[in-house]
Design a protein around this ligand. Sequence first.
Ligand code: ADP
Ligand code: MG
Length: 476
Amino acid sequence: MTNSEQERWSRVKGRLRSTVGEDVYTSWFARMDLEAVQDESVHLSVPTRFLKSWIQAHYAERVLSCWQAEMPEVHRIDLSVRTAMRCATPAKEVPAPVEARRPERSDAKPVADTRAPMMTPVAAGHDALGGSPLDPRLTFASFVVGRANTLAHAAARQVADGRRGDPVMFNPLYIHAGVGLGKTHLLQAVTWAGNAGGERKVLYLTAEKFMYGFVAALKSQTALAFKEALRGIDVLVIDDLQFLQGKSTQAEFCHTLNALIDAGRQVVIAADRPPSDLESLDDRVRSRLAGGLVVEMATLGEDLRLGILKSRVAAARAHHASFDVPEPVLDYLARSITHNGRDLEGAINRLLAHSKLNNQPVTLDMAEREVRDLVRPQEPKRIKIEDIQRVVARQYNVSRSDLLSSRRTANVVRPRQVAMYLAKTLTLRSLPEIGRRFGGRDHTTVLHAVRKIEALVGKDITLNDEVESLKRQLQD
Ligand code: ADP
Ligand code: MG
């Protein structure tokens, strides 16, 4: 490559850096190299498939226009993934990144090249890193699959069944769900199953453990050892990411994530909210998290609750053969303990304890007494008008601004009326207030909508189902 090409490339990178900002630049472009310029096309390379597809999906035009600003004749950008050989040469021309601690930049440490295709397994491994304790009961065998978690389960299974060197299908796998819906169970199942063959190393860490381990390692000057050990890991599993806090922890988390993903290692994450709602994380981390497969686990349906109860009873019976929970009791529990898996587990534990201590069989009466406090009357959740608008817009495939607009086409009018109806029935807002929140409409318009939908749900089964489903989505 000629010097003038290199100079151009530096200028293009400068443009890119100033259009996307320092953070985005460092995250996505710092490791992009110029391979060749040929006639109308520029050939660039990056170290991983993930970076390639991300840049293609999000920044292709930006990159092209930065080139065109330097060389108007360029009409095409080819992006390829560098081979391991190519990777091994230090990318001297890459400007020093803002994060001095980025592992692959630490000078001349042989272990520091995270782009090598196969990282040396580090003997210190799992134990030295102090993976969080695993519960032997939380396996795939005891995980009940239902509508709420089919996709999450399939993705987790895929990760667990992968072999060393297999191409990574999605990275990171990000699973989110509310409390007690099975995130930890699924993550630990992946860890158990993934480690079972002995071929791969799967490390399970809570975000707190990650912070604690890292901070502790920094204090004892063994940050490098920690990173080295991390490099010996095939799959890193991080639970409860919403607890990750602190600027430097985040930076480290980001580097670890990048290093692992770039090296083709799988990362699995669980949190109680989607990446976009992790307010304390910075944009770079969020976009990286959102760049893999993001799966939500829904609230447990009644079938799933029944399945979980049965699986818990079966587990208890392994140690207490005489323990039995009659079908009607299971039905009662599945119907009335609606909130989360932890309460289901708690209910079975109590029945077990009670029947053992008093040497009595489980009956419906006893169950009702024992689990009364778990059957909370659903304290009405405060529902916001924005939530209603968002959920309705999603269900009917219109935008929220359509709902607030003055458009009168049928595909917008009905969803708008449904949303107003829900606002009236699910919140304590007055008609004028609702009118204001729907693009400044008159209270009589709101009243009309409410009456209209009230009348229709009695006759129109489809609409009734839609409204019920919306209510469920909002109340869960
Ligand atoms: P989370 O981490 O999402 O808060 P957990 O994984 O700790 O939830 O689940 C809470 C309890 O519910 C655990 O006892 C777990 O085994 C059980 N549970 C949740 N979902 C399932 C499921 N699909 N199959 C079996 N047990 C489940
Ligand atoms: Mg959990």
